[in-house]
Write a protein that binds this ligand. Structure first.
Ligand code: FEO
Length: 400
């Protein structure tokens, strides 16, 4: 008998049978410095049910955990909440091994799974709001389009009051603990916010509707079990409040000064700008793009009301790392922020104009700009400080 990789009981009928990815540091461009988990769940009843699978390379871990409770061949139903391959990667093989009576997915999920794989079994689509009695276990399925893909859905196990929420409410955090209350709360909230900022932010209007819908349904939630990171059981109210807050994107008195630099001229400007902001009572984060990853920058921007971007002019353009951030940020559609731009140059000096255009394309109004020829002298640094103070005053007005 394998004493490792056991299933972990999370409620009367439900076991966690997922995989812990301690070493993954890149999730399609998101720096996951604490790794992640791919959560799959086994619901024990007359006809056992598997909810989601794991990344393909973790198939043995999934099967070993299931086998610690029962023979995987006894699984009679599989529910696929989301087609992305970190959750469906083992689905073709699990279908082949278990030969289940039915495999369920949303209507979009049914198409998406068939477009991903050549499955040996038909998928049974479930409708939004549909409730099925699966050999005595009552599941209600809720479409959660774009949280995270068009196929995403939530599955609610009525008997245990557990919402299996797929990517929503998840985080990239590998841990030996399975529940929110077993982990450091500040780490938990930081990683949940970082996940929201990098994965969910652009779908914020949909999040607000989904929260309203769940509230209206009056569903009791004993647990929210996402497909990444810990299961929420103690802090359910808190994570729902945080999702509402993040989705609303109300500006706060916080600014992020983000830049890159060649000979530290733009770096000096960034320091002076940030001192100006801080002197006016604004909380500031200063981030240099060759040291700070784009995914950490957008995490800091989640609750910031101002973004101040600095770039030197390099070959008539902005610095490549700054361009990378701007492309990434534009895709995430941040709202309710004000902007400012700064940078040094030697002769042509296009960077500030380009930065301004890019922010305006994102509908971030640029309230101040400044550029320095070559190395900023004290007078220029004083002007940068004043620019920071000026942005601070504008931000205070916006936050009123
Ligand atoms: Fe964790 Fe959208 O997959």
């Amino acid at each position: 008998m394998n004493h490792h990789l056991k299933a972990i009981k999370i409620s009367d009928k439900v076991y966690w049978v997922g995989a812990i990815d301690w070493v993954m540091r890149d999730f399609h461009g998101y720096h996951t410095r604490r790794g992640s988990t791919y959560n799959a769940f086994l619901v024990i009843g007359e006809k056992p049910i598997l909810i989601d699978t794991v990344k393909a390379q973790f198939k043995d871990e999934l099967l070993t955990r299931i086998s610690s409770v029962m023979d995987p061949k006894r699984i009679k139903y599989i529910i696929s909440n989301h087609t992305e391959m970190d959750h469906s990667g083992c689905l073709p093989e699990l279908i082949d091994i278990t030969r289940p009576e039915k495999v369920f997915a949303s209507i979009n999920g049914t198409d998406a799974l068939n477009e991903h794989f050549k499955l040996s079994q038909e998928i049974t689509p479930v409708k939004d709001g549909e409730t099925l009695n699966l050999a005595g276990l009552k599941f209600t399925f809720l479409e959660a389009r774009m949280l995270h893909w068009p196929d995403s859905m939530f599955s609610y196990l009525n008997d245990e009051k557990i919402m299996f929420s797929s990517d929503a409410f998840g985080m990239h955090l590998a841990s030996s603990e399975r529940f929110d209350d077993e982990l450091d709360q500040s780490v938990l909230e930081y990683e949940a916010a970082k996940y929201y900022a990098n994965i969910i932010l652009l779908y914020s209007p949909i999040v607000l509707k989904a929260l309203e819908r769940v509230a209206k349904l009056g569903i009791e939630l004993k647990m929210i079990a996402p497909d990444h990171g810990p299961i929420w059981r103690r802090n359910i109210k808190r994570v729902l409040e945080l999702y509402k807050k993040w989705a609303e994107q109300k500006p706060a008195k916080k600014a992020v000064v983000v830049y890159d630099t060649m000979w530290n001229s733009t770096g000096k400007m960034a320091r002076a700008v940030s001192d100006g902001l801080a002197s006016a009572g604004i909380s500031v984060k200063v981030m240099k793009l060759r040291e700070d990853h784009r995914s950490d920058v957008v995490a800091e921007l989640l609750d910031a009301g101002a973004v101040l971007i600095g770039s030197p002019t390099l070959n008539n353009n902005i610095f490549p790392t700054v361009a990378d951030l701007l492309v990434y940020l534009k895709g995430l559609r941040p709202k309710n922020k004000i902007g400012a731009v700064f940078g040094s140059y030697g002769w042509s000096g296009e960077s500030v104009r380009h930065l301004k255009e890019k922010l305006e394309e994102m509908k971030i109004p640029v309230v101040a700009e400044i550029q320095s020829k070559y190395v900023p002298a004290q007078e220029m640094l004083d002007q940068c400080f004043a620019l920071g103070a000026q942005v601070a005053e504008r931000l205070k007005e916006v936050c009123k």
